[in-house]
Design a protein around this ligand. Structure first.
Ligand code: NAD
Length: 498
């Protein structure tokens, strides 16, 4: 059986802990590899490599650091088919969808090609008599990233690209469900000219995560995953004196106003609800039509589209979506659908028994649609993370607005309308981090930043955009006065600019 180890000190190394986890092909249910789960000692070895390599990298001028990313972007484009297929083989999503995953990471690599400009400090000439004041952005030293299974290309790149461009060394702890792509990305970074030891990939589970959170040499931790673990990582990292940004789960609503272009809204819901089998943190899982007539029209148009979804393995180029990631995920989703029925929601499209010939042991769940869902139900409160869309019928705009506002999560939300006033009011009042106006998955582009509110995010700086440069650097401010400017005696009062 193939064993996936780690990437430390510029090369692949085998795991030595003796502990492994199964990596499945979600379309067949077969174990296709075993991934090593690092011990504390293995994590420490990666940190030691990072620590030895980082000062020289930080002292490398920013144009040269940028050039590694120019080259890396080229390599990603050259290897796109290979990378996307590798990703799909462990995640299960379609190859085209995996390309989107990689491209959204690649765009952050393009963004950090501007690091000479992005990480510039500030300068004030004459802040006082013969006094100049300036600030520097210096790397935190060693950064770490802990990533989820659902975007094994994009999210690692969101983290390691700005961290490394800013002059840090990096320890990536990817999801143990789909660990192969992150190792391949690290190999390509070396091919692009990154010195050994700057990007290390350590596979593992809670043992590796806890070793990261308590390691005295790691200065900043970025986490993306489920909310309970995000909360835990944030608290533990902070209590160990580390800077942390931790992004959690979601329940993204889409409001459909009576004046919305219904065909556009339905197509948007299909892609955002069922693309990637609903396993996106920005997936729309709740549709909120305003008014009975809007709701009836919406459900009527959705049903045939959901029933005709093409579901298949990643090797099926025409598939709209693939299986979910593991048997555990499959069972959890089936259980939640059962809850919804027991609680009285109407299962208008039932995909529970979906089976694909030749793939009977795969983790396929057919598209499901619940109507008449209410906020008290478990399927409304919980992130299902599967191809299950809930319709919550709202009587009016205010009621529709109040739903995402009262929900525990605050990652993304969308409104479909032709009314500019309604859209503007919505964007201004809703307490959610990322808003789409006639856009179902409003993931900001690389030069803006990504992050939710409420239980979807812990910490105060977002992913990518200028926030990422702030997160991966520390500010140092220098106040300088040269001897020719010094006059007078000792001053014992607090210095001010009189
Ligand atoms: P997860 O929380 O199970 O795992 C995320 C990471 O945490 C993995 O690397 C995993 O190994 C590690 N981990 C798991 N259990 C741990 C524990 N007890 N202690 C320490 N570390 C642990 O998440 P997942 O199932 O891989 O990903 C899906 C979740 O991620 C969903 O909730 C989804 O909404 C969320 N997500 C959020 C965003 C965002 O930006 N807000 C983006 C993508 C995914």
């Amino acid at each position: 059986m193939r064993e996936i180890g780690h990437f430390i000190g510029g090369k692949k190394v085998a795991g030595t802990s003796g502990r492994t986890s199964d990596v499945f092909n979600p379309a067949t249910g077969e174990v296709q590899a075993k991934v090593a789960l690092a011990s504390v000692e293995e994590l420490r070895a990666a940190v030691a490599n990072a620590k030895a390599a980082q000062p020289k990298w930080a002292a490398t001028n920013p144009q040269r650091r940028a050039r590694v990313f120019f080259k890396f972007v080229d390599l990603l484009n050259q290897h796109m088919d290979e990378l996307a297929t590798l990703l799909s083989s462990e995640h299960g999503k379609t190859v085209e969808d995996s390309k989107g995953d990689i491209v959204r990471g690649l765009e952050v690599c393009e963004f950090v090609c501007g690091i000479p400009h992005l990480a510039k400090g500030e300068f004030t000439e004459g802040a006082g008599p013969a006094i100049d004041m300036y600030s520097l952005r210096q790397p935190v030293g060693i950064g770490a990233g802990i990533t989820p299974f659902n975007f094994p290309g994009m999210i690692p790149m969101w983290m390691f690209a700005p961290a490394i461009a800013c002059g840090n060394a990096f320890i990536l702890k990817p999801s143990e469900r789909d660990p192969s792509l992150p190792i391949r990305l690290a190999e390509l970074m070396i091919e692009a000219g990154l010195p050994a030891g700057i990007l290390n990939v350590v596979n593992g589970d809670k043992t590796a995560v806890d070793a990261i959170l308590t390691d005295p040499d790691i200065g900043a931790v970025s986490f993306v995953g489920s909310t309970p673990i995000a909360r835990y990582v944030y608290g533990t990292a902070a209590s160990n004196g580390k800077r942390a940004q931790c992004f959690g789960g979601a329940k993204n609503h889409m409001i459909i106003m009576p004046d919305a272009d219904m065909d556009q809204a339905v197509n948007a819901l299909m892609g955002a609800g069922y693309g990637s089998a609903g396993e996106r943190c920005m997936a729309v899982s709740v549709a909120v039509p305003v008014g009975e007539e809007t709701a009836n029209r919406l459900v009527e148009k959705l049903v045939p589209k959901i029933e005709s979804l093409r579901i298949g393995p990643y090797t099926d180029e025409k598939a709209d979506m693939g299986p979910v990631v593991t048997k555990d995920a499959y069972n959890r989703i089936q259980g939640l659908i059962g809850n919804g029925i027991e609680e009285g929601a109407k299962l208008v499209v039932d995909g529970r028994d979906f089976k694909l010939q030749g793939y009977e042991n795969g983790y396929f769940v057919g598209g499901c649609l619940f109507d008449n869902v209410t906020p008290e139900m478990e399927i409304y409160k919980t992130e299902i993370f599967g191809p299950v869309l809930s319709v919550v019928r709202a009587h009016n705009y205010e009621e529709a607005l109040s739903l995402p506002m009262k929900h525990e999560y605050g990652n993304g939300v969308a409104i479909f309308t032709r009314d500019g006033d309604a859209a503007r009011d919505f964007a201004s009042r809703v307490n959610i981090g990322m808003i789409g106006i006639n856009v179902p998955i409003p993931v900001p582009l690389a030069y803006h930043s990504f992050g939710g509110w409420k239980a979807s995010s812990f910490g105060d700086l977002n992913q990518h955009g200028t926030d990422s440069i702030k997160f991966w650097t520390r500010t140092k401010t220098i106040t300088a006065r040269w001897p020719s400017g010094i006059k007078g005696d000792a001053e014992f009062v607090m210095p001010t600019m009189k």
